[in-house]
Design a protein around this ligand. Structure first.
Ligand code: PMP
Length: 365
């Protein structure tokens, strides 16, 4: 048995993988695989329409928002968001709380002026509480951008930033999408790459308010253009059909398992289990992130601060592997250990990790 704690591409529900396997050579009675199906066929239309309808239901997406399926991943959206939204005033506000929002800001700076809302942090371990003294929001910004869950550092917003009514909020939810209910009305745009919580890499979901469509820069490539994508029902060119199919099955799995409220409850229990062990280990394990904004999806932690602790981390990772727990290594930019507890990770699997952490502590404290 292998337990996959990867940050992404990440574990998918076993039930969904088995369903994919069963239907692989004969998808929904069509006699062919979804990979061999025309994206213009009635069979594929059913798959895509159902995925979008299920997502709309899961997140309670209001009527005046479109759901687009695009390619190019989160990184594609770093450019797309800017190219589609920055034209209104020529500038945008970026709340930089980790590596991914920093990358998004850098990309956007190619298309307009980017204002950093927060003072530059030496390390990304916190989200400063919103106040006019620490947050420099520009009333003239075309939009305010942030990343709800920073996958590398494990920093997750515990609130939705407050912005002027006429300034749309744009949010990267790639690594905590469908992990909790969200009030879509507070956002102008949300995007998420699929490969963490909702499916295989290659498909990206965009939820965008109607009035923000059609304001793109003239130089926007067609495949990043929200208006063209919307007018063509996300079929402007060949979509990642297999990814859309699997994603649709994941949405049905989320619906069967208590919806996003069910996912939230599970992820709170799972992440608490691991953070509690860290906090009760007398500093043997430590998590550098401020407790209020610790991610429920990606739990980064280190072992000790004394010399030799890196060796202990290596030993921990090796021991985990011998017990079938894989891909626990922290991101190469920060090191250490990172346990990603996405929706598909079960409580029992999290308990296995907890057991290992306790035993490793007892043996090495
Ligand atoms: N945003 C977040 C929060 C991410 O975790 C990632 C990648 N894992 C990205 C954006 C970039 O996504 P992609 O690799 O699909 O371009």
């Amino acid at each position: 048995m292998v337990i996959n704690f990867a940050a992404g591409p990440a574990k998918l529900p076993e039930e969904v993988l088995k369903e994919v396997q069963t239907n692989l050579v004969n998808c929904n009675g069509s006699g062919i695989s979804v990979m061999e199906m025309s994206h213009r066929s009635a069979n594929y239309a059913k798959i895509q329409d159902a995925a979008i309808a299920d997502l709309r239901e899961l997140l309670n997406v209001p009527e005046n928002y479109r759901i687009l399926l695009m390619q190019g991943g989160g990184t594609g959206q770093f450019a797309a968001v800017a190219m589609n939204l920055i034209g209104r005033t020529g500038s945008a506000d970026y709340i930089i709380t980790g590596s991914w929002s920093a990358k998004a800001a850098k990309e956007a700076a190619q298309y307009g002026k980017v204002n950093a809302v927060l003072a530059k942090a030496e390390k990304y371990t916190d989200v400063p509480r919103q106040s006019s003294s620490t947050w420099k929001l520009d009333p003239n910004a075309s939009y305010v951008y942030y990343c709800d869950n920073e996958t590398v550092e494990g920093v997750e917003f515990d609130f939705v930033p407050q912005v002027d009514a006429n300034v749309p909020l744009a949010c990267d939810m790639s690594s905590n999408f469908l992990s909790r209910p969200i009030d879509i009305k507070k956002f102008g745009l949300i995007f998420a790459g699929a490969q963490k919580n909702i499916g295989p890499a290659g498909v990206t979901v965009i939820i965008v308010r109607d009035d923000l469509i059609g304001k793109h820069l003239k130089t926007t490539p067609s495949i990043l253009n929200f208006e063209l994508m919307h007018k063509n029902s996300s079929l402007l060119n060949t979509p990642p059909t297999f990814g859309v199919y699997v994603m649709g099955l994941v949405f049905k799995w989320v619906k069967r398992n208590g919806g996003v409220a069910g996912m939230e409850e599970r992820s709170k229990t799972k992440s608490k289990l691991i953070y509690d062990i860290i906090d009760r280990s007398n500093g043997f394990y430590y998590c550098p992130v401020q407790s209020q904004v610790r991610s429920h999806m990606n739990v980064p932690f280190r072992i000790g601060s004394a010399a030799g602790s890196e060796q202990l981390e290596k030993e921990f990772l090796a021991k985990a592997e011998t017990e079938g727990m894989i891909q626990l290594k922290g991101h190469r930019s920060v090191g250490g250990i990172r346990a990603s507890l996405y929706n598909a990770i079960t409580l029992e699997e999290t308990q296995q990790l907890a057991k290992l952490m306790v035993a490793f502590y007892e043996n090495n404290k």
